[in-house]
Write a protein that binds this ligand. Sequence first.
Ligand SMILES: Nc1ncnc2c1ncn2[C@@H]1O[C@H](COP(=O)(O)OP(=O)(O)OP(=O)(O)O)[C@@H](O)[C@H]1O
Length: 247
Amino acid sequence: MNALETVGLGKRYRQRWARERWARERWAREKWALRDAGVAVPAGARAALVGPNGAGKSTLLNLVSGLLRPTSGRVEVFGRPLERAAVAFVAQDKPLYRRWSVDDMLRFGAATNARWDRAAARSLLDGHDIGPRERVDRLSGGQRTLLALALAVGKRADLVVLDEPLAELDPLARVQVMGVVRELEATVLLSSHILADLAGVCDHLILLGGGRVRLCGGFAELLGDRPATGLEDLVLHHLRNLPEEAR
Ligand SMILES: Nc1ncnc2c1ncn2[C@@H]1O[C@H](COP(=O)(O)OP(=O)(O)OP(=O)(O)O)[C@@H](O)[C@H]1O
């Protein structure tokens, strides 16, 4: 069964612009950030979402998390129309309350999620020596990512969506975060530009370019008769072959 399936999914943004900041006259133009996207992620997969800057990765992740409304198409999670409670989304800027303690964040998780599992969230944090009284603004970037992941684990979502969880993390923190991602019970979809860190953990690939899905499938299937070719080579090969306007 597929944990995630999108059919003809598209998002068009309306962008306002003016030639000068103080100009009275403003124009609006519309831009398709994602067009006719059909992706399928099997239950239990660790799916890597990759593509050049501006390819539409964050837009796709926001759509499958229910934070953005599609302009066209639909999203299904485990064969049912998308429900926000089924998906845990860890956004790029890890929206945590900086002046709160770790325990305050867990209490917030309990208050806002019907299926909250405090023990699971706490166990992830204990495993990385993140104490309940530590203040969010005193945590390192890696610890903040782990706290955001603990909140996703506590939510007991069936699908965990992570937008660039490795950005700005040092190599050790990246290994820790990917170790947690590997062990998550949920299906995972994560975007990243750091291909080497995805290779050992992910088993599924979605490649976007210019707002279109260019590749989607399991590694084994995509590598076909060239199993020695790694994820990085596969992605780089396809990025080099993207049409000029999609790079
Ligand atoms: N709120 C918005 N309003 C207007 N245009 C937007 C908005 N958000 C994104 N876009 C545009 O949609 C396109 C896709 O953006 P998106 O952030 O999804 O790409 P991305 O692949 O996540 O990029 P990056 O790797 O740089 O984070 C870009 O051209 C961007 O400028």
